[in-house]
Write a protein that binds this ligand. Structure first.
Ligand SMILES: [Zn+2]
Length: 292
């Protein structure tokens, strides 16, 4: 059985935390520098139907030369199929897989070693094909931190957002439109589930980043003050009058498909929330202030 060996020459900036927190935007901002590649939510690499979805180069993944090249080289190197990789990913990277993941961190099984190695080969291939030694992965999943720290040189960003903003985003609905970047029908999420999920994910990120190079950044901070991101992107000047785009990002928010992304602080309107939901989100934000 081969072991899991870290490749320190591949550097990954991982964006972790809850959904609805602006992770795609953060991924794009950090990727706007030399030798750094914004990959998007890389955990979706084995998602069924991904090849029909759109890359930010406006081509379907199956027609994007860059990603076709990555897929081909990665699968040769890792010697498992995309379907096998998807099964392994679900074994370790979701909330209910946490006990199994923790056990494997101490007593790694062959399957866990295969998963870690294949994920490392994916990052190595992306680095080789894009010629970038730093890759941004905005998958957000807390469990993934424990995989990444074993295989690459990892810097984590724990992205947080006030609960009112999270809940307002979670209440939006969109019809499926692959061309526009909505891969499924998006339905408004239940208030209680959104709040519980948000707190569980933030708590798990806190636990899994013990001993990891990690910085907590709030959505409200980074969209108003680019200086907060300087440790991760020293070329990033003032956002004012700047326009961003990302060349080949997969999965994540539909924002990635836009060609003129401007950053400015819009007052939060909370238009998707009832008064009761707004009060509840504010109250819980006061009781649990750690991630807001
Ligand atoms: Zn592309």
């Amino acid at each position: 059985m081969t072991k899991i060996k870290i490749n320190k020459s591949v550097s990954v900036i991982y964006i972790s935390g809850d959904g609805y927190s602006g992770s795609t935007l953060l991924d794009i901002l950090l990727g706007s520098q030399k030798n750094v590649f914004s990959s998007g939510e890389l955990n979706n690499i084995s998602r069924e139907g991904l090849l029909k979805e759109f890359c930010s180069c406006d081509k379907q993944l199956s027609d994007c030369e860059l990603w076709s090249d990555i897929f081909e080289k990665w699968l040769v190197k890792s010697r498992i199929t995309v379907d096998e990789y998807r099964v392994l990913k679900l074994r370790y990277e979701r909330n209910k897989a946490t006990p199994r993941l923790l056990f494997n961190c101490v007593f790694p099984s062959k399957k866990f070693i295969d998963y870690c190695n294949s994920t490392k080969f994916l990052f190595e291939t992306i680095s080789e094909v894009t010629n970038c030694n730093t890759i941004i992965d905005s998958s957000k999943i807390p469990q993934r931190i424990l995989v990444l720290k074993r295989i690459v040189s990892l810097r984590n960003i724990h992205l947080t957002r006030n609960l009112v903003g999270v809940l307002n985003s979670a209440k939006k609905s969109k019809s499926k439109n692959i061309k526009k970047g909505y891969e499924t029908n998006i339905r408004p999420r239940r208030t209680s589930k959104t709040i519980l999920d948000s707190d569980v994910k933030n708590l798990l990120v806190e636990l899994f980043t013990i001993g990891v190079n990690s910085k907590k950044i709030a959505y409200d901070e980074f969209i108003t003050n680019s200086k907060i991101l300087l440790p991760f992107n020293k070329d990033l000047g003032d956002y004012k009058d700047k326009i961003f785009f990302t060349p080949h990002m997969i999965a994540g928010n539909a924002l990635r498909l836009k060609k003129n992304i401007e950053i400015f602080k819009k007052p939060e309107t909370n238009s998707n929330l009832s008064n009761k939901q707004l009060m509840l989100a504010k109250l819980i934000g006061i009781i649990f202030p750690f991630w807001k």
